[in-house]
Design a protein around this ligand. Structure first.
Ligand code: HEC
Length: 109
């Protein structure tokens, strides 16, 4: 129970921080927590691709209705942070999702 509250508080805190950086041109909101080859709030995109096996597999998951089951072990305890982001991503239209993928691929180059 206490843990749940802490996760909720952390998520709320991050959501606030997000608003300030979200307007950054070019990159989607994912960029406030993820970078190609560096761990930030979330794991590096390269380590995510490694855990999934391919970029296609990552996006097959993102574009499905599957529950988030964290695959990058070092970040597993932070799945609560990504859950809300996943919901946000799934609510984007196809054009925005395509922008996310283009950004994702340019980051892991
Ligand atoms: C508020 C910070 C935050 C934002 C914004 C964010 N993420 Fe994450 N993300 C995380 C954290 C923390 C994890 C590690 C926990 C986990 O794997 O679920 C993670 C994990 C992931 C994973 C791995 C999930 C798994 O199965 O292990 C993918 C894929 C991912 N993020 C993609 C994205 C994409 C794409 C966006 C933008 C649409 C995004 N993230 C936005 C914090 C964030």
């Amino acid at each position: 129970m206490k843990k749940t509250l802490m996760i909720a508080a952390a998520a709320a805190f991050m959501a606030t921080g997000l608003a300030a950086t979200e307007a950054a041109a070019g990159a989607p909101f994912c960029a406030s927590c993820h970078a190609g080859h560096k761990d930030k709030v979330g794991p590096s995109l390269a380590s995510v691709v490694e855990a999934y096996g391919s970029t296609d597999a990552v996006f097959a998951f993102l574009n499905s209705d599957a529950e988030l089951e964290p695959k990058v072990a070092a970040f597993a305890s932070k799945a609560g942070t990504m859950k809300g982001q996943l919901k946000k991503y799934r609510g984007l239209d196809d054009a925005k999702k395509a922008e996310v993928r283009a950004w994702f691929e340019s980051e892991i180059k």
